[in-house]
Write a protein that binds this ligand. Structure first.
Ligand SMILES: Nc1ncnc2c1ncn2[C@@H]1O[C@H](COP(=O)(O)OP(=O)(O)O)[C@@H](O)[C@H]1O
Ligand SMILES: [Mg+2]
Length: 369
């Protein structure tokens, strides 16, 4: 599934935006502040119905405008055309459409490109708390195996219910007798969630190490799952919960289980999170996204759309070349840069170049010449 055309109205700097994307690589170039990241964000917003940049979505509506609209024209691998549309007015429910029909959520839409996005300020994924990596891994799992998204949800509900019960026991409004039922429920979904995560991390480990090697992250890069529980089955996990109940009652919440797991990214045996330089963390993040793209391509038979914001500026020429070589493969990618010369191969006839300036994005004339 690829995006052929992106149209936006009143999105960030763009009163109107209408661009065709390349089948392979599209390079968005322009000076700082020109609107390059805004264009990537518009694309992401159109694919997912969400911003990749902010949780305060009213920011995406152009200053002075009431509402924003994004339309995407898509083409499936079999040549069939599809459309996605997102309409957003702050304070109102979003209006999402797939092939002209209203839908609740875009993630449920089959005819939709999967997207991976690299933004420099997503470095939190590498250096932030484990919860961010867990949430991210769970999203990758949901994208690779849509039916598995449910496990994450029901596990979260079971933990929330158990926590609520712990709170009632603490204040004398409930007895411990009702705990084993919730231990069993948490354990039943918890072992499945853990096994899904273990499988996903197994799939990501090799491509992660390879991408990190390619991009020049010095030393051995590893991605490893560190689950809280090693329990062989749900009963064993429920027993672990029962053993820890005094601590849980003291804390007021469930302190054991997959909601405390970690996904460990290391370089030469040391966690990137704690010991990596900014540059190493960036390479770690980029390697993680490239690994996910490979894993998703294998699992779903379609290469996700890759959005890379301003990555080249921090890479040396050799690494730029290696990254460009990866983008030259199958699948669609969009990369932003202030300087076209930083993207090896940007001048090739197969590459789509979009010049961004003054709230407009135009296909480079060079292509026609
Ligand atoms: N809602 C908005 N309406 C209009 N302009 C906006 C809005 N949000 C951000 N901007 C402007 O977008 C510009 C930054 O665009 P951006 O895409 O981040 O630039 P870059 O090309 O450096 O990636 C800034 O000048 C900022 O003021
Ligand atoms: Mg930018």
């Amino acid at each position: 599934m690829r995006v052929r055309r992106l149209r936006a109205r009143e999105f960030r700097t763009y009163a109107r935006l209408d661009v065709a994307l390349g089948a392979g690589l599209t390079v968005v170039h322009g000076r700082n502040g020109a609107g390059k990241t805004n264009l990537l964000e518009a694309l992401y917003f159109g694919c997912t119905g969400r911003s990749c940049r902010t949780s305060n979505e009213r920011e995406v509506v152009r200053f002075g405008a009431q509402a924003t609209h994004i339309d995407l024209d898509l083409e499936a691998a079999d040549g069939v055309e599809h459309t996605l549309a997102v309409g957003f007015q702050p304070g109102e429910p979003k209006r999402l459409k797939a092939d002209g029909a209203e839908v609740e959520r875009l993630i449920d839409v089959q005819a939709r490109p999967l997207v991976s996005v690299f933004l420099p300020d997503r470095l939190d994924l590498v250096k932030g708390p484990p919860a961010l990596r867990r949430g991210h891994l769970d999203q990758v799992i949901a994208a690779a195996w849509p039916a598995r998204a449910e496990t994450r949800r029901v596990y979260g509900q079971a933990v929330a219910q158990r926590n609520a019960l712990l709170a009632r026991i603490r204040t004398g409004r409930a007895s411990r007798a009702s705990l084993p039922a919730w231990d069993a429920e948490v354990a039943r979904h918890g072992v499945v969630l853990r096994d899904h995560r273990a499988e996903a991390c197994d799939l990501l480990a090799e491509p992660f190490a390879r991408a990190a090697g390619d991009l020049g992250l010095a030393g051995d890069a590893t991605l490893r799952y560190r689950p809280r529980t090693q329990a062989a089955d749900a009963d064993a996990f429920a027993a672990e919960l029962a053993e820890r109940v005094d601590g849980d009652l003291e804390r007021g919440f469930t302190g054991h289980g997959p909601h405390r797991d970690e996904i460990v990214l290391q370089r030469d045996g040391r966690e990137l999170r704690a010991y990596g330089s900014q540059g190493e963390q960036r390479l770690g993040l980029l390697s993680l996204l490239l690994a996910e793209r490979e894993a998703l391509a294998d699992a779903r038979g379609a290469v996700p759309l890759l959005l890379l914001d301003d990555v080249m500026s921090e890479l040396d020429p050799v690494r730029r070349g290696k990254l460009a070589a990866r983008l030259d493969g199958p699948g669609q990618s969009v990369i932003t840069t202030t300087d076209l010369a930083h993207v090896p191969g940007a001048a090739a006839a197969s590459v789509c170049r979009l010049a961004v300036r003054d709230g407009a994005a135009l296909a480079d004339q060079a292509e026609a010449a």
